[in-house]
Design a protein around this ligand. Structure first.
Ligand code: GN1
Ligand code: MG
Length: 376
C-alpha cells in the first residue's frame, strides 16, 4: 500500500496518463483555483530532458450536471478562438487555452469513480490577481475579456449549450433566495435580516437586463459568464493580460454579465471575502480603466449595451450577493468554503460594494457616455 502523502501524486499521475502528453511524469500538485473545480498541475519530462507543465481539472458534477456538454462548449470556443487568432491575427494577449486530447482522441477522460477530466496547456510565466492593484491591471483584464467577446461574436449562439440553466437569470436567483428564506433549512435566517431587506428593496433592479433581453433589445451572445479578475492570466514581468481562462461557463448570455463581473471583482481594493466592510470601495479610476479596456477590446457592442454597462456592474454584484446568501442559508452546498460563515461574509462584501456603486452611479454613467462618444 502507498503512503497517504503519495496518493495525490499517484492520482495526478494516473489521470495525466490518460492524455496525449509527451514524456514521463515527474511530479504533480493540487493548485488553488476558484470555488468550483479541483485543479492540479502535472510536470512531465521528455527523453531529451525538456520539462513541461500541464493543467488537469476534474469538472464538478454537482455544479455542471452535464460535463460532456461543458466540454463540447469548451471545444467549440477554443477551436473558434484559435482559428481566429491564426486567421485574423487578433488575440487575447498572446496565448489561448488548448485542450490536450485524451487517448482515443476525445477532449476528456474518465477518472476514478467516473469523473470527467480534461487537460489544458499551462500558461508560462503568468499569474492571476484576486484584488486589483492598479488601473493598468484593470484595463488589461477588461480588454482581454472585451477581445474574448469580440473573437466569439461570430460564433453562432446555437453552437454552445446552456450548461447551467438560467445561470445569470437574476430574477430567478432572487426567487430562489425567497424560497430558501421561506424554508430556512439550516435555521440561519435570524442572522441575515439586514441583508434580506437590502436585497428585497432591489427586486426591480434584478429584472432590468433580463427584461431588455426578452424584449429583444439586448443581443444574446456567446459569453464567458465568469469574468472575475482572477480568470485572466497576467504576464509576470509586464502585467499584460495574456490569456482568459475558466471557460466552463461559456454559454449564451449578455455581454453585460461579463462586463458586470469585472466591475464586481476589479474595482474594490478588498478581497471578495473581506470581513471589514469599511475596506470595500468602488474606485472610479478602476471603473474608468475597465470601461475603456472593455470598449477598446470589443468593437461589436451596441449603444444600448454601452448605456447599460453600469447596470451590468450593479446587477452582477447583486446577483452574486444573492447567490452567496442563498448558499449560506442552504448550508454551503455550492461554493467551497473555509469556515462556517464564509458565504455570509462573501455576500455582505458584495452588498456593500453594490451600495458603493450606487453612490457613484451617476459619475460612472457620465464617464461611460464620454468614452462612448469619443470612440464613435
Ligand atoms: C464561481 O469557479 P469560480 O470561482 O471562477 C462561480 C461564479 C461566481 C464566482 C464567485 C460555475 O467561480 O459564477 O461568480 O464563483 N462559478 C460557477 O466568486 O458557479
Ligand atoms: Mg475561476
Amino acid at each position: 500500500m502507498s503512503h497517504p502523502c503519495n496518493q495525490p501524486q499517484e492520482k495526478i499521475k494516473a489521470i495525466s496518463h490518460e492524455f496525449a502528453i509527451a514524456g514521463e511524469f515527474v511530479e504533480g500538485e493540487e493548485i488553488d483555483s476558484g470555488h468550483i473545480n479541483n485543479t492540479y498541475l502535472a510536470v512531465y519530462e521528455t527523453a531529451e530532458g525538456k520539462r513541461s507543465k500541464y493543467i488537469l481539472q476534474r469538472i464538478n458534477e454537482f455544479v455542471f450536471k452535464n460535463p460532456l456538454q461543458v466540454m463540447r462548449n469548451v471545444e467549440a470556443v477554443t477551436r473558434h478562438i484559435n482559428w481566429k487568432v491564426l486567421r485574423v491575427k487578433k488575440d487575447l494577449g498572446g496565448q489561448t487555452l488548448n485542450i490536450y486530447p485524451a487517448r482515443g482522441g476525445r477532449s476528456f477522460a474518465y477518472g476514478e469513480g467516473g469523473g470527467v477530466w480534461r487537460c489544458y496547456n499551462y500558461i508560462e510565466n503568468c499569474h492571476t490577481y484576486d484584488v486589483v492593484e492598479n488601473s493598468r491591471q484593470a484595463y488589461q483584464a477588461a480588454k482581454a475579456f472585451g477581445s474574448f467577446q469580440d473573437l466569439v461574436s461570430d460564433l453562432p449562439v446555437e453552437e454552445v449549450s446552456e450548461t447551467i440553466p438560467d445561470f445569470h437569470n437574476t430574477p430567478k436567483r432572487y426567487a430562489r433566495l425567497m424560497e430558501v428564506i421561506a424554508a430556512d433549512p439550516k435555521g440561519r435566517l435570524e442572522n441575515v435580516a439586514a441583508e434580506v431587506s437590502f436585497i428585497k428593496e432591489r427586486e426591480e433592479l434584478c429584472k432590468r437586463l433580463v427584461d431588455l433581453a426578452e424584449q429583444g433589445k439586448l443581443p444574446v451572445r456567446v459569453t464567458h459568464n465568469d469574468t472575475k479578475l482572477n480568470n485572466v492570466m497576467m504576464d509576470s514581468d509586464t502585467d499584460e493580460a495574456v490569456c482568459v481562462i475558466d471557460l466552463d461557463t461559456v454559454m449564451p448570455g449578455l455581454s453585460l454579465y461579463d462586463f458586470g463581473d469585472l466591475v464586481r471583482t476589479a474595482t474594490s481594493p478588498a478581497e471578495e471575502d473581506e470581513k471589514d466592510l469599511s475596506k470595500v470601495e468602488m474606485r472610479m479610476s478602476m471603473f474608468e480603466a475597465l470601461a475603456e479596456g472593455y470598449i477598446d477590446g470589443c468593437d461589436c457592442l451596441t449603444s444600448l449595451e454601452i448605456e447599460n454597462l453600469v447596470n451590468g456592474g450593479k446587477i452582477m454584484t447583486l446577483e452574486v450577493g444573492i447567490r452567496f446568501l442563498t448558499d449560506y442559508l442552504e448550508g454551503d452546498t455550492y461554493f467551497k468554503t473555509d469556515y462556517d460563515d464564509h458565504n455570509l461574509v462573501r455576500s455582505r462584501t458584495q452588498l456593500r460594494l453594490l451600495e458603493c456603486i450606487e453612490e457613484k452611479e451617476e459619475q460612472m454613467n457620465n464617464f461611460v457616455s464620454r468614452v462612448a462618444k469619443s470612440k464613435h
